[in-house]
Design a protein around this ligand. Structure first.
Ligand code: FES
Ligand code: FE2
Length: 324
């Protein structure tokens, strides 16, 4: 097997000049970070630690201690409500404030860890990334089914994709690729509305089944570029919670969590329910090699059969550092 261009060609050579967009991004899955857990992650081109206190509060800190730069995740620990550094034992509250230094009489006033605003929603831990250090200016919309006991526990998938997140988002409005890449009918978008950081798109679809065609739809609601809830209706209602987090300017970590209504209180397994998820995952795997090797054209040559690609790109502009 030859070397794939994605391993050898830098982002800039592939024409990806887009910076890391601002917004809320998932940095962890809630139930994978139990009380007392401390994990190391790399997002937004930097190192971070995600931890959870005994009382259940999740927090995201820059990985290196403001004292002498030790990495919190290499020997550090969560004790009660504080994070303790492994190097000299300084103790930090979730706000980042240093609360105790075991060998000092006075705590220096600027002794605080760098933190990111953090919220937990829809089963994920989200951190707010803003290049200019601005406070969050939108919220991640709640998806009630994500915490509804009548819905299944999530079926999760994840990918690291060497591409910019905007390219992945653009896929949903690129109607013509559905036939060519995924072998499905072109998906016509009948309705797309925007409201600040939120975007809503609906596409009616018709699915062929042994018992004839069934009408359904794909309803997708985005909160910024980091979170989308997509509802597939028709044969078996399926909700896809998708999070896309920049690792750096050219790589994203994508997680899908699928939930479906329980049947008589039981998890839906196999059959049509499983087939829908399998097909969406298959489509993702078909898109990856296109994304990883394509070039980003700021001025593409579009035709009348293309979806609302220009509209989508205009909506994305608000998330870039220069937009504020
Ligand atoms: S480097 Fe963290 S306490 Fe010294
Ligand atoms: Fe696709």
């Amino acid at each position: 097997m030859g070397v794939s261009p994605s391993e050898s060609v830098a982002a800039v050579d592939r024409g990806v000049g887009l910076p890391i967009p601002n917004g809320w991004y998932a940095v962890g899955v809630s139930d994978e970070v139990p009380p007392g857990a401390l994990v190391s992650v790399r997002y937004f081109g930097r190192e971070w630690v995600v931890f959870r206190t005994e009382s259940g509060q999740a927090a995201v800190f820059a990985a290196h201690c403001p004292h002498l730069g030790a990495h919190f995740a290499y020997g550090g620990s969560v004790a009660g409500e504080i994070l303790r550094c492994p190097f000299h034992g300084w103790e930090f509250a979730t706000s980042g404030e240093c609360r105790a230094i075991p060998y000092a009489k006075r705590i220096p006033p600027n002794a605080r860890a760098d933190t990111l605003p953090t919220v937990e929603r829809n089963g994920f831990i989200f951190a707010w990334w803003d290049d200019g250090g601005r406070e969050p200016w939108y919220e991640i919309r709640e998806v009630p089914e994500a915490v509804d006991p009548n819905w299944s526990s999530p079926d999760r998938y994840e990918w690291t994709v060497r591409a910019h997140g905007q390219e992945l988002g653009e896929n949903g409005v690129d109607s013509a690729h559905f036939f060519h890449v995924h072998g499905t009918q072109n998906i016509p978008l009948t309705e797309a509305t925007e409201d600040g950081a939120y975007r809503h798109a609906f596409s009616p679809i018709e699915m062929k089944t042994p018992r004839g065609a069934v009408k359904g739809g794909i309803d997708s609601r985005q909160s910024g570029l980091g979170f989308a809830a997509t509802r597939f209706t028709g044969i078996c209602e399926t909700l896809e919670l998708a999070v896309t987090t920049p690792i750096d300017a050219d790589r994203v970590h994508v997680r899908y969590a699928f939930i479906q209504p329980r049947i008589d209180g039981k998890e839906p397994v196999g059959g049509v329910a499983g087939a829908i998820i399998k097909d969406i995952v298959k489509q993702m795997n078909e898109d990856v090699p296109i994304w990883e090797n394509k070039s980003y054209l700021p001025r593409p040559t579009l035709c009348d059969g293309d979806g609302p690609i220009a509209d989508f790109r205009r909506w994305c502009e608000q998330f870039y550092p220069q937009a504020g």
